[in-house]
Every structure is written in structure tokens, then in C-alpha cells.
Design a protein around this ligand. Sequence first.
Ligand code: 13P
Ligand code: SF4
Length: 333
Amino acid sequence: MKDQQIVEQIMELKNKRKALIIAHNYQRDEIQAIADLTGDSLELSRKAAETDAEVIVFCGVNFMAESASVLSPDKTVLMPAMDAMCPMAEMIAVDSGRGVYQSFPGYSEPPGYVYPSKFSLRDIKAKYPGVPVVAYVNTTADVKAESDICCTSANVVAVIESLPGERVICIPDKNLSMWAQKNTKKEVIAWDGYCHVHDRVTVADVSAARQLHPNALVMAHPECRIEVLEISDHVTSTSGMLKYAKASSASEFIVGTEIGLLYRLRKENPDKTFYPLRKDMVCPNMKKTTLTLLYETLRDMRNIVKVPEEIRTRAKKALDRMLALSANSPSKR
Ligand code: 13P
Ligand code: SF4
């Protein structure tokens, strides 16, 4: 089938199944174009909780579809690419043993780097008894179930400041945690996970991009390294970048996140110019969802994501506690 025919079939099936197609801002252009809703992790969690649709088709990676299942147990949650996972989310397990981390083509670790292959949340909690655990939404449902509250890149500081006491454990992203530490007086106990797409960006990349585009403002996702964030003009989530670019009087921007965001940035700001900070900021797992897989998933009602009830109820507490807080935390400049 040609793309246009697949799109027509998807629309037909979508109406027949009373389905809502949700896509993360990093999805392929054609998936974003067909989705009912696009957004960052926080927006998508909220929308998944609010929708009346009977079926949610989640175009993203597995922790996102799991969150939709946790928040909407009565709905059928489908995921077109069942093997689309977030490597960072796999870097921490409830008990040690899961997630031996593997490297990615084109990505090399800094010299001397030791892979964080066997993180156990229970070990971390035992080391810091009574200290609340903030789980980035990029974690699996069982890890959320063992945590006190979730956060996203959009609200991490507000989440940390909502908690009692002067210390928090922040899992699994070391870069997001360091960014949070810079913006809160509380002590943030960070763990050593990272996103291979964002962690590859260096200060030299920012300097090179600025040399090429001297009038452009640099926007960076808080999953980038702290030294990159410190020299950027604005640090925020993917949807935060959309808002910032729209509101700014500048007309050129260097985009320090996964290149899928360029689709909406360009579509919503046709008079502005956007350059990727690095052209290889591509999340292979986010690109696994294709029109054909989306069509087949809706046709066969296959790839159902269902979080076991015992985990779901506990994970929901952590997500609900986050969703009850205001959506935006202060970000830089
Ligand atoms: P956002 O919440 O900013 O969309 O980020 C999600 C993510 O996976 C970043 O790599
Ligand atoms: Fe995970 Fe990074 Fe991909 Fe986001 S961009 S889903 S953090 S691997």
C-alpha cells in the first residue's frame, strides 16, 4: 500500500475502534502528522488520563504506553512497536539483575566510563533510608511502583520541592538530576543513568553550531550534560521548546534534543529557522513506529500493553502525585 492509502485505512480503523492516536514529539513526521495528540511526556500522561476514547494507540516507547495503561486501566492501550524501549529506563531495575546496558552505534562513552549495568532501586533505598524517591517518567512501571513520586523534564524542580525533608533520590538520569540540583536548595542524590541521544552532545558541539549560526538561540533538553546546559540559552522539555520558540522574538534556533521535534517546531513556526544541534540526535527506538505498524496494530487490535494490577495501583500513586502538581517548573532564562 502507498502511504496515502495506509493513512486512509488508519483513519477508517481509528473511527471504527473509537481510538485516540497519541504520539510523542520524537515520532517520525508522518506519525506526528496523523496523531490526534502530540506532546511531551507530561502532556501525554495527562491526556491519556483524561481521554474518553476506548482505545489509546501510543506511538512512543514502552514506558509511555505503560503510563497510559497505569492511568487508564479501563481502556485498551496499544503500542504499534512493541520492542520500542527507552535504554535509559532499562538502566534501573527494582532488584539488580535486569538491564545489562549495551552501547549504540556511533556513540562512544567518555574515557574511563563504567556502564551502569546493575542498578537496583531497592539497594539505593537501603543506602538512604527514608529519603523520598523521585522517578523520572522514563522508568518502567515496576520501578515507578517502588518510588514516591514521578517527574518529567518539565516539572522535576517543582516535584523535588514538593517533597518533605532536605534530600531526595532522583533516578535514573544523572544529567536531569544535576540540572535539578542546580535549581533547588535540596540535596539531590543522583544515579548514574543517561540517555545516549542527549548525553553525546558536547560543549564543542554547541560552540561549532554557534559558529555556524551566530544569531541562533540554543535550546537544550535537560537530559544533556550539565556543561552543555550551562552554556545554552534555554533549558526545557520538548514542549517547553515549542513554547519558547513560539514566544521568542528570535528567528533562528539551535535545537538540542531528538530531531523529531523539528517537525513541529518548523510546522508551528514557518517564519523561523531551526537547526539540529547534532544531526545524529536520533532515538532509534522512537523511530520504530511506522505507518504500516500503526495500521496493522489498529486492524488486528494487537500489542496490548497492560500493567499488572498489583504494580499498576502503586505506580499510579507516584504518577497521580506528580499530576496533582502544577505542570511547569522554573527553567533557565
Ligand atoms: P520530554 O518529556 O521532554 O518529551 O522528554 C522525553 C524523553 O524521552 C526525552 O528524551
Ligand atoms: Fe529514552 Fe533518550 Fe530515546 Fe528519550 S531520547 S526515549 S530518553 S533513549
